[in-house]
Design a protein around this ligand. Structure first.
Ligand SMILES: [Zn+2]
Length: 301
């Protein structure tokens, strides 16, 4: 066995057919982070957080944080949702410890696609792990693509007003790698279709203008919820708990509740950027909370 084969412990590409669409979730990378608490639920006790982790058979001290862009091949167009970390780790010192090296392009090639094949890049929000793969060395990666940003999100980062201290570097980064793409971009509001059957949904809170996307094909429905929930236990089972990287904590809680309720009630398949790979599952409503149900073989049949 080669060293490479030995070091691969998890699959990184998951492809399935969904109505008329081919959908591919790609693991751009993952990092191991410390302390689910106080990152989640800083207003709650450490004991309460530990009990929740224990009940779900996960460690409260260390957790896996994956980055999972979604690619949709409609047969006519190739649409990529978010771009992973790209070269940020190598190019920006402040991000070295937070992010993994972006492997999206390499894994796209394994799936049979080149960056130049991508027609539309949809950016759900402007945080580093979603815009990192837009450019490398100042040059766009997806050379033939047009871009779709949420109008409110783009405007927020462009203006740079009321950016909280922890996001100052994020703002600089957005100005460097996203702003230059403005002349190849369209700016959408919730309720707008970015391609046939693909509609933007308001998901603001985690960032000021984050958008989720509802995808429908031949009666099948998928919700790409971006960072509405950033951990499959902490954010789904305790949607009211604050998360340190949510830009507006109260708005993020209200959005989580609304979107979790929609996913559960309408039995939507969900693609979550930071859910465990392949980042696909369903939301089950229990008496007073929600639970993430990862896909098993449903999409393979
Ligand atoms: Zn994210």
């Amino acid at each position: 066995m080669s060293a490479t084969a030995k070091s691969e412990m998890q699959p990184a590409i998951y492809r399935f057919t969904f109505g008329n669409l081919e959908i591919i979730n790609i693991l751009d990378g993952k990092v191991i982070r410390k302390g689910l608490h106080p990152a989640f639920g800083s207003e709650r006790s450490a004991d309460e957080a530990r009990d929740l982790c224990c009940a779900n058979h996960i460690d409260s001290d260390r957790y896996e944080h994956p980055f999972i862009p979604t690619l949709i091949d409609t047969g006519k167009q190739l649409i990529l949702f978010d771009t992973g970390n790209g070269a940020l780790r190598r190019e920006y010192e402040p991000l070295r410890d937070r992010l993994s090296d972006g492997r999206l392009v390499e894994r796209l090639a394994q799936a049979g696609y080149q960056p130049a094949d991508v027609d539309i890049v949809v950016v759900t929000h402007g945080h580093p792990d979603h815009i990192g793969g837009l450019m490398e060395g100042g040059q766009p990666i997806f050379t033939n693509a047009r871009y779709v940003f949420g109008a409110g999100e783009f405007d927020f980062w462009k203006r740079g007003e009321k950016v909280r201290e922890a996001r100052k570097f994020n703002r600089e980064l957005f100005v460097k790698i996203a702003l230059p793409l403005a002349n190849r971009s369209s700016f959408v509001e919730p309720g707008i279709d970015v391609a046939p059957g693909i509609r933007a949904i308001d998901a603001a809170g985690h960032s000021p203008g984050m958008l989720a996307y509802h995808v429908e094909s031949e009666g099948k429905r998928l919700l790409i919820w971006a960072d509405t929930c950033v951990h499959y236990v902490m954010a789904v089972q305790r949607p009211d708990w604050h998360h340190d990287v949510d830009d507006d904590k109260d708005q993020a809680v209200a959005t989580r509740r609304r979107i979790l309720s929609m996913a559960a009630t309408e039995k939507l398949l969900v693609a979550g950027y930071h859910m465990p790979f392949p980042g696909l599952g369903f939301v089950e409503q229990s008496s007073h909370a929600y639970r993430w149900m990862p896909v098993s073989y449903q999409l393979n049949l």
